[in-house]
Design a protein around this ligand. Structure first.
Ligand code: BEZ
Length: 251
């Protein structure tokens, strides 16, 4: 993940408990990557390394990078080769057959710098396969936080620090940076939240609520109640309004 997401921090235990679905739902993007044994692959925003390990298990020679020391140490404890590196400032040159990324690019708010670094990291015939939040991702959740910011006099920019582009915008960026886009698509993927909305908000948007100091819990409760009619069913099961952008582009 990136430092640009306004002091977002990660705890590997919380991530494992409340966001394991992130890696569990990655089958489709791995299918697009179609990793072959022996390929040298960069996992950009590898987090705690669950997917890095899945690629290694398929015979890839995989390196993971991330900016969370906490998640990197969880990845190292799986025996993976990972290192601290900012996705907006990648330092590789023509080394990888493929760059892979799942659920990480939306945290990197300088997408042109990311795209340029990925292109430099790839061998001349290399491919870039990624999935992340696209246009309209978590729109209801963001709108609820904006309503709470408005009602409580808080900062609305903290409600949506992410890069959620449309297919057209992201395709243009890739093409401007010298990629040829093989396929790209935006699709809704309503995502069950096994531990509920409050835990999702605390894990992924803590800085928004912390701005309210002693009223952080009340702001959190207000946000959850605004979302209940649209994202919680009669049985108390929460679903996040995820929209994914999946892309394969070639250098
Ligand atoms: C996502 O995977 O779409 C996402 C996760 C956390 C915050 C925002 C978006």
């Amino acid at each position: 993940m990136t430092r640009a997401a306004l002091s977002q921090t990660w705890q590997s235990g919380s991530y494992d408990t409340h966001a394991r679905f992130v890696s569990d739902l990655a089958e489709g993007v791995i299918e697009w990557l179609a990793p072959a044994p022996g390929e040298h692959v960069l996992d950009l925003g590898c987090g705690d390394g669950v997917l890095t390990a899945a690629l290694a298990a398929r015979g890839c020679d995989v390196v993971g990078v991330d900016t969370s020391d906490e998640l990197l140490s969880a990845a190292r404890s799986r025996g993976l080769t990972v290192q601290w590196m900012d996705g907006e400032d990648l330092h590789f040159a023509a080394e990888f057959d493929a760059v892979f990324s799942n659920a990480a690019l939306h945290w990197m708010t300088r997408p042109r710098a990311v795209t340029q670094g990925v292109r430099r990291a790839l061998k001349p015939s290399g491919r870039f396969v990624a999935e992340f939040g696209g246009h309209g991702n978590v729109a209801a959740i963001v709108t609820a936080m904006l309503a709470v910011a408005n009602a409580r006099g808080g900062r609305s920019d903290l409600a949506n620090p992410w890069y959620f582009p449309s297919s057209a915008i992201h395709r243009r960026l890739l093409e401007e940076e010298g990629f040829s886009v093989e396929r790209i698509g935006l699709f809704p993927r309503p995502t069950p939240l096994p531990t509920g909305m409050e835990e999702w908000l605390k894990l992924f948007r803590r800085p928004f609520f912390d701005q309210f100091g002693g009223d952080a819990d009340a702001a959190l409760a207000d946000t959850v109640e605004l979302l209940r009619p649209s994202l919680c069913d009669g049985g108390g099961n929460w679903t996040a309004d995820y929209v994914r952008l999946r892309v394969e582009a070639h250098r």
